[in-house]
Design a protein around this ligand. Structure first.
Ligand SMILES: [Zn+2]
Length: 151
């Protein structure tokens, strides 16, 4: 259970909603762990934009337990390796936005963004919005990363 025992999932939390959907493929959860999971960003800055999120709802980086951080960062590494295999990026932006003022879309559910970057791309973390040009669908990204994670 991804939220406080006995309570409904926090309204509007995309992570809790995804975990409870019962259909990982439909909601683009590409991998689950005990304390953290990998999910595609539904509004990616670039194709392959992943997030490693805690299973537990509530709190930010300062509230996370060491075991939660360890598992979440291990999933960041797994996601990076899968992206390298599937997309051959030249680099990554990996980071946490803490608080709405810093650009966090879901400020109460800790998650780390993993955004693949390519030499010459024009897509430097448009945190404040802007055009997003994506060469493939989320379904296609899901299939590529799911394959890379299991190979
Ligand atoms: Zn949540």
């Amino acid at each position: 259970m991804s939220y406080v025992s006995g309570a409904a999932p926090p309204a509007g939390c995309v992570f809790c909603t995804a975990l409870d959907a019962g259909d990982d493929r439909r909601v683009f959860v590409v991998e689950r762990g005990a304390r953290a999971f990998l999910i595609l960003n539904a509004f990616p800055y670039a194709s392959g934009h992943l997030m490693a999120a805690l299973v537990r709802h509530g709190g930010g980086l300062l509230e996370a337990a060491p075991a939660e951080l360890a598992e979440m960062m291990a999933l960041v590494q797994r996601g990076m390796r899968a992206l390298l295999a599937a997309y051959r990026p030249d680099g990554f932006n990996v980071g946490v936005n803490e608080g709405r003022v810093a650009g966090a879309g879901v400020p109460d559910h800790l998650h780390v963004h993993v955004v693949p970057r390519w030499n010459g791309d024009t897509n430097f973390m448009p945190v404040l919005g802007g055009a997003r040009v994506l060469p493939e669908s989320l379904d296609a990204t899901y299939q590529r990363l799911a394959a890379a994670l299991t190979s």
